[in-house]
Design a binder for this molecule. Sequence first.
Ligand SMILES: NC(=O)c1ccc[n+]([C@@H]2O[C@H](COP(=O)([O-])OP(=O)(O)OC[C@H]3O[C@@H](n4cnc5c(N)ncnc54)[C@H](OP(=O)(O)O)[C@@H]3O)[C@@H](O)[C@H]2O)c1
Length: 239
Amino acid sequence: MSEGLYAGKVVLVTGSRRGVGKAIAEHFLNNGADKVIGFARGAGSIDHPNYHHFEVDVGDTESVIKGFAALKQVTDSIQIVVNNAAVLTSQYSMIMPPAAAQAMVNVNLLGPFMVSREAAKMMRKRKWGRIINIGSMAASLEPIGDSMYAACKAGLSTLANVMAKEFATMNVTCNTLGINAIESDMLAQLPRDKIDAIIAGLPVPRMSKEDDILNVIDFFAAERSAQITAQTVFLGGVN
Ligand SMILES: NC(=O)c1ccc[n+]([C@@H]2O[C@H](COP(=O)([O-])OP(=O)(O)OC[C@H]3O[C@@H](n4cnc5c(N)ncnc54)[C@H](OP(=O)(O)O)[C@@H]3O)[C@@H](O)[C@H]2O)c1
């Protein structure tokens, strides 16, 4: 068994191919996780002996079911799940293409539901688990152009809060981390002046750094956080 904060742990991170998800997956690997399972639609981009990548579209229920069947070839247990994969189309509601709205529901809400429930079935055996959803400040700030994205991210907290009740007897906690803005392909889609204006209005007026995110991930994942469940933590003073 490896050494480190996550020694003995098997972790599943969705959207691990790039951006925030890749940083989170690498954090668990760098801190001794026995195995990190990554889901993304594209090929894996992490080269580490403890990393196992599966091409899964979390917005497609069949693909998630197949992904879990495949990952059971490399592990019979999962202790920590990070629901990070998401898609964003930012557009006024009246001109939002319906297919883009549907994709956000499928990937950002149905995906975490499917992944969490399949993972919980595996966590049940050892009666221990941590489910961490990556939310967004959009859930609280409700920016123009993000009706469906913000609704999905708000729904993600609700999803975690209900699952927290359902899974409590299995010692599985469910929490949400609402990040503000961090450099990534997703952020690059948005007008920078709009982001800068939002960030300037926050109590801590700067974008998130990787370590801001990893700090809360470590908090939610900690052994000592058994009583931390059904919570949403926002970065930067958003509430
Ligand atoms: N960046 C920000 O400023 C910001 C702000 C607030 C919240 N967030 C949240 O932070 C999380 C990470 O965002 P990011 O900025 O890192 O996004 P990103 O750069 O667009 O990366 C998204 C990741 O998710 C994967 N993904 C997308 N659709 C998927 C699907 N259907 N099935 C499986 N994997 C999928 C992508 O890989 P493939 O393309 O290969 O599938 C990629 O690895 C998201 O939940 C996002 O909503 C980000």
